[in-house]
Write a protein of this length. Structure first.
Lengths: 568, 211
């Protein structure tokens, strides 16, 4: 009873608490970045303000190149993946091909970035699977070419790695936006007026869809510009992208290097903000060009070719992830595997025996953090949504941007500051701070995943239940939550997958002492032990994938005799 | 004036503009039919009586039920039952569990099950307790929804276009059943409809809102 009363008193404050959990660490981290960037770091005996950190930063010879890499990889990856997704949706939505793509989405999405990046590297490296399959028969290569494909100095492979992971994400949010637009009828009308399917979709549906998917596109841009794990695995080394260099400076035993890292973090923040502004400008230009294109009345002669090529690129990016997982699996069981051979000489359990205990320990740590964080995020989310329903709160359009804010601030801009601040406070780095840092990134995704189905619930069900004498809590626990079991478990799985995939928060806030599957896997990147990477990459993928499978399986089992909930 | 449902000078407005005004007493066993074109605020009146008025509406006036004012009572303590045009059976519960949800608390599990079975028998659905509500026909669902409401022993019954989703023959049957059960329990009934047949079958006073 006491518990119930406190819970009821806490409910109105949950939205505030949730915002605090999401934005508090971001704000604290930004302050913790700002001060040392201007030479203020009492822990190292330094008192600011001073511009030395920036002088050191701009004195670093690799800076122009690192900045260019951050801009080029981020903008190209976002633009290309958006282009692929928009053209596939325009050309194929409503067809059988499209439905196949939709079904592949969840598994593709749940593959962590690091595992996908390793898979891609194992595919396209000079000694990768593609070269092996073609050699020596077609290429005539007896030994791998001496060619820098993975970690190329232009960051092209890194861009490709980002594209293959962002395509399914952008496709998912485009699908969600499509559900809220009257797309089908618009395209039918356009086709009746003689427009091709793709051109008709672009001219009538795309503007509405884009308005809705704008925030997640900005998230992709901010993420792609500042990503660390993919950059460590696929990106160039000399110099690396700015974010990777910031992390290197942060892990330097010389505390003074943190000042330079903080200055770099502020630069990274400015770069992302500048790129977002430039993207907004580009939107206006594209919109103006689009209006002119619509006015020409062009019906779309190239529709078929464009749609086919978009599908080709989309299929290639999906295949890159799936084949990447296959080659990770082969390596994890590989005995001796000499170069031009398409397959290893023997398959063995030795690699799993050797790395099994290490992965199990890391899996335990990963699961402990992910389950705690995802459950907390789910509780806060349900509390917020229920408070919104019960107290009839209305959130304006601005509230959505608050949700996206922690995803728009580059991780490398505030996590170093958060770590520095924790050190200054004398707080120990470790598991609990890591969990709090994960919560910042898990909460928005869990909230965005659950909000629509929660709000779409027929509130007359609640009215009926209340008229039958059920209290507000009774309605929540006995009617609403059971009916929403499937979206709730999906949101939980999303939260678990996001937590499992986190690299930078675990590394920085954990002070290198919290070893999850992701940090262990990325740490293997420099060593190049493909068998170990295969084992860790597969375990990491499994940790993200299994919850999604359960989120499908459990409601199907629990509600196997309830037809009304099968598609709900 | 003690028994029954009384709406005393109820006026509902939206954005300062008055939407509807009702001042009426419904005696136990009587039916008041509220008619009018859609959009005139008929369902809004029902929302006010059960206590779920949306915040963009404002209302003055009192609601009295069985000699008590319930204008500010939380919805789940008002003891006002409601039926919508959709059956709104809880899809995650069996037919029997839906009825059990309505049944007032108290009594042993065996006694409760017996009451549920009895209610099903009363509307010719004996043996349906374990069925998935989604597998029932429209008429069967309507009957289960009615009995679920009655098992919660409401002191008044509100009907929000309750028969408009049923086809003609079923419609007359279910309508008969609802009014007969309400009369048998001496419930004051307020029905909102735009169907003249419904109003005629109800046989009580008719209030027309809007144009």
């Amino acid at each position: 009873m006491v518990r119930l009363v406190t819970y009821r008193r806490a409910l109105p404050f949950l939205p505030v608490l949730t915002l605090l959990a999401m934005l508090g660490p971001v704000g604290a981290g930004l302050i913790g970045t700002f001060l040392p960037a201007f030479g203020h770091l009492p822990a190292a005996g330094l008192v600011g303000p001073s511009l030395d950190p920036f002088r050191d930063l701009f004195g670093w010879a690799g800076l122009p190149r690192a900045v260019m890499l951050s801009l080029s990889t981020g903008i190209v990856a976002t633009a290309v993946s958006l282009l692929i997704v928009v053209l596939i949706t325009a050309g194929w939505s409503g067809t059988r091909v499209f439905r196949v793509l939709e079904r592949m989405l969840s598994p593709l999405l749940s593959v962590p970035h690091a595992a996908a990046a390793f898979g891609l590297a194992f595919l396209i490296a000079p000694s990768g699977w593609i070269a092996r399959l073609l050699s020596p028969g077609i290429t005539g290569w007896e030994r791998p070419l001496d060619l820098l494909i993975v970690q190329d100095s232009w960051g092209l492979t890194m861009t490709a790695g980002l594209i293959v992971k962002e395509v399914p994400f952008l496709l998912l949010i485009t699908l969600a936006a499509l559900g809220q637009t009257d797309a089908k009828r618009s395209v039918t009308i356009a086709q009746a007026l003689g427009y091709g399917r793709l051109t008709g979709w672009l001219k009538t549906v795309f503007p509405r869809v884009y308005a809705q998917i704008r925030p997640p596109i900005y998230v992709v841009l901010a993420y792609a510009m500042s990503v660390v794990d993919v950059a460590v695995i696929l990106g160039p080394n000399t110099p690396p992208s700015l974010s990777v260099q910031i992390v290197k400076w942060m892990s330097d035993p010389d505390l003074a290097m943190r000042l330079q890292a903080a200055a770099g973090a502020l630069l990274q923040l400015a770069l992302v903000m500048g790129a977002l502004g430039a993207w907004r400008l580009a939107e206006l230009i594209v919109a103006a060009a689009g209006r002119r294109w619509i006015a020409t009345g062009a019906r779309g002669k190239l529709d078929v070719i464009v749609a086919q090529s978009a599908l080709g690129f989309g299929a290639a990016s999906a295949l890159a992830i799936l084949l990447g997982l296959v080659v990770l699996a082969i390596w994890s069981f590989a005995g001796y595997w000499g170069f031009p051979d398409a397959f290893p000489d023997e398959l063995t359990l030795r690699n799993w025996m050797r790395h099994g205990p290490g992965t199990l320990a890391a899996l335990g740590e990963t699961a402990l953090i992910a389950v705690t964080v995802a459950s907390a995020a789910l509780l806060l989310t349900i509390g917020c949504l229920e408070a919104e329903y019960r107290y009839r709160l209305r959130f304006g359009g601005g509230a959505v941007w608050l949700l996206y804010l922690p995803l728009l601030i580059p991780q490398t801009a505030f996590l170093p500051g958060l770590q520095t601040m924790l050190l200054n406070l004398g707080a120990d780095v470790g598991r609990v701070p890591v969990m709090l840092a994960h919560l910042v990134f898990v909460l928005p995704y869990v909230f965005l995943s659950l909000a629509d189905p929660f709000r779409a619930w027929d509130t007359r069900m609640g009215t009926i239940a209340a008229a039958l004498g059920s209290s507000p809590d009774g309605v929540l626990w006995r009617v609403r939550l059971p009916m929403l079991l499937r979206p709730i478990l999906t949101a939980l799985a999303v939260g678990l997958a996001v937590s499992v995939g986190q690299y930078l928060p675990t590394l920085l806030i954990g002070g290198g002492r919290v070893a999850t599957l992701t940090t262990e896997a990325v740490a293997l990147a420099s060593g190049g032990d493909r068998r170990a990477i295969g084992v860790y990459g597969l375990m990491q993928t499994g940790a993200a994938l299994v919850p999604f499978a359960l989120a499908l399986l459990i409601p199907a089992l629990v509600w196997r005799n309830r037809r009304g909930l099968r598609h709900g | 004036m003690d028994k029954g449902l009384t709406l005393r000078n109820v006026t509902i407005s939206k954005g300062g503009k008055p939407l509807l005004a009702v001042d009426h007493h419904i005696a136990p066993g009587d039916v008041l039919t509220v008619m009018g074109p859609s959009g005139v605020g008929k369902s809004t009146l029902l929302a006010y009586i059960i206590g779920t008025l949306a915040p963009d509406f404002s209302a003055v006036g009192q609601v009295w039920l069985g000699g008590h004012e319930i204008t500010h009572t939380p919805p789940h303590k008002r003891r006002v039952g409601i039926l919508f045009q959709d059956d709104l059976l809880f899809p995650h519960l069996s037919v029997g569990a839906n009825l059990g949800f309505g049944l007032l608390p108290g009594g042993t599990a065996v006694a409760r099950l017996a009451k549920v079975e009895e209610a099903l028998d009363e509307v010719g659905l004996g043996g349906f307790a374990d069925r998935d509500p989604a597998t029932l026909s429209g008429g069967q669902k309507a009957r289960v929804a009615l009995m679920r409401m009655l098992l919660s022993e409401p002191c008044a019954l509100l009907l929000d276009e309750p028969f408009s989703r049923l086809d003609a023959t079923l419609r007359a049957q279910v309508r008969e059943l609802v009014f007969a059960r309400a009369r048998a329990r001496a419930l004051p009934v307020l029905m909102v409809t735009h169907d003249a047949d419904d109003a005629r079958a109800a046989g009580g006073a008719i209030v027309t809102l809007g144009g």
